[in-house]
Unconditional design. Sequence first.
Length: 162
Amino acid sequence: MGRCYGQAGIRRETDQCRSHPTASPSANFPQIYYFSLVWDARRRYIIALLHRHAIMYENQKSELEAAFLAVLGQETRLRLLYFLKDGEKCACEITPRMSEDPSVVSRHLVKLREAGLLESRREGVSIYYRIREPRVFALLELADEMIRSAAREKARDAIRAL
């Protein structure tokens, strides 16, 4: 049984592949050429996988963005992010600062970690959280600017209406 990387670089097991001769290092088949064939086949397979994932991402882009923004759509999660902006903190420091039950705070921390915004590490019985993706604050700043701009525009419209 040999391996063949056929159309779109998808690997399949075959007895003999018409498009790719079965190759193995031997006296008649130089080892360098064998490894270049193997590398070319693997490279085509990797490129096909990357292309497939890019297409899947494009098809699900709006769904993924909506899920990400939904994570930021919770007031408690935003307060957690701003609280952790100063640096790493223990869960025992975070929970008393929030006006929520510890189990609720824990669930929010897990959601933020699953979204890739937080990192956590365990030290003994304590869990420490820190911001993994600081670019989220640029996104929040942009949202704040948009909200302020819309509020100014509404105020101008209200004054004109008088």
